[in-house]
Design a protein around this ligand. Structure first.
Ligand code: ADP
Length: 387
């Protein structure tokens, strides 16, 4: 029986997973249980990312049922498995969880206490933990936090200008996408160690999107703040917003906190501006004026945040694009870089159109790179640290 490591990313009705052997960076399998609770399905992929056929029907009626179904599918494909450890992507670690943490009754309770900081994500992450404890009671359960990588921000990038009591209560700029940035920092260190020590701007542009400034491989600033709403516009999230807009929505439009939350998280961003879709590919194909304006706004805000991060770093040695848009959307990368000549950026359009690792020209002062992010591998490495 082979001993394996399982990584889990639990959302409200989805469960992303990857299985790793005790050693090695390439997963044995990855996949997704989707629409959990309502006619859900499981997609299973091999280590190369190709979809593989499934063995029989899958029960996806709850997170726990989905986990057991996933295990059944994996066993049919990989043989008898011993899940030695499960690593969980947890959105919020608050002030004190700054590294991967073994989950027990106490740590789980401490993470429950952080639910008010991330009410739309943390409860689902923790439901995934509980389902995994029930499904694999003998396995080590480890939490890996999206906030941890940013916890060393200097005070000016950690605070809001509110009365200090709120900072003490934890109203801070946490920053998110930390597992992705940790991967990019480690990958840069591997492929370009000199650059990795320098001033690097990383743009994680997916359905969620943020920019992070790295110096000596550590995060010093992020566009995301107290919640994953801040900074760039995203698929359905608004990004940076004057807080006065929220007051207006409450006072004049008479929206409740729940309605405003729904508006800002689920109906804004690319979807809200285009009135069409949250998906960049669909917007690029649509050709309506509203879709074009949504893309214009996205590009403009990425450029603006690059400027802000360049100021925070005092210069730029390299830029890295990652996430579904960052890795694949050539036209968006080209448009973002178009107005960064002042920063020493010059794109090589042929390389950019191939999604090459380095997409800047030989003359570019700042190197521009495209790196496929791998949050699952960061979690698997953390699990190995507990062996
Ligand atoms: P998530 O944040 O949910 O993990 P992804 O990182 O997969 O999301 O990013 C999804 C986004 O990437 C979508 O907006 C999708 O349209 C966009 N995307 C993926 N491939 C392309 C492409 N070839 N061109 C433009 N956009 C793309």
């Amino acid at each position: 029986m082979s001993s394996v490591l399982l990584t889990l990313n639990a959302g409200s009705s989805s469960l992303k997973f990857a299985v790793f052997a005790a050693q090695g960076d390439v997963p044995l399998a990855t996949g997704l249980a989707d629409r959990i609770g309502a006619n859900g399905t499981i997609t299973l992929r091999d280590g190369k990312g190709d979809t593989v056929p499934q063995a029989g029907a899958a029960d996806v009626s709850s997170h726990q049922a989905a986990l057991l179904s996933i295990l059944g599918q994996l066993r049919a494909r990989l043989g008898e498995l011993d899940v030695a450890a499960v690593g969980h992507r947890i959105v919020h670690g608050g002030i004190s969880f700054v590294a991967p943490t073994l989950l027990d009754a106490n740590t789980l309770q401490a993470l429950e206490a952080l639910v008010p900081f991330a009410p739309l994500h943390q409860p689902h992450n923790l439901a995934g933990v509980r389902a995994a404890i029930a499904a694999f009671p003998k396995a080590r359960q480890v939490a890996c936090f999206d906030t941890a990588f940013h916890r060393n921000h200097p005070f000016v990038n950690d605070t809001f200008a509110l009365p200090r009591v709120f900072y003490e209560k934890g109203v801070r700029r946490y920053g998110f996408h930390g597992l992705s940035y940790e991967f990019i920092a480690s990958e840069l260190h591997r492929i370009a160690p000199r650059l990795a020590e320098g001033r690097v701007i990383v743009a994680h542009l997916g359905n969620g999107a943020s920019v992070c400034a790295l110096h000596h491989g550590r995060s010093i600033a992020s566009t995301m703040g107290f919640t994953a709403l801040d900074g760039l516009p995203m698929g359905t999230r608004c990004g940076q917003l004057d807080p006065g807009v929220v007051l207006y929505l409450m006072d004049q439009e008479k929206l409740s906190a729940a309605q405003i939350s729904d508006l800002l998280y689920k109906h804004s961003g690319l979807l809200g501006l285009s009135g069409l879709s949250n998906d960049m590919r669909e917007l690029e194909a649509a050709g309506t004026p509203e879709a074009a304006q949504a893309i214009d706004y996205f590009v403009f805000r990425v450029q603006r945040e690059f400027g802000a991060m360049a100021a925070a770093l005092g210069g730029v040695d390299a830029i890295v694009f990652c996430g579904g848009i960052g890795e694949n959307a050539k036209a968006i990368r080209a448009r973002v870089c178009e107005r960064l000549a002042w920063m020493g950026v010059e794109l090589d359009h042929a390389r950019n159109s191939q999604n090459a690792l380095v997409v800047s020209s030989e003359l570019s002062r700042a190197q521009v790179m495209v790196i496929k992010t791998n949050e699952e591998l960061v979690i698997a490495r953390a699990l190995r640290g507990f062996n």
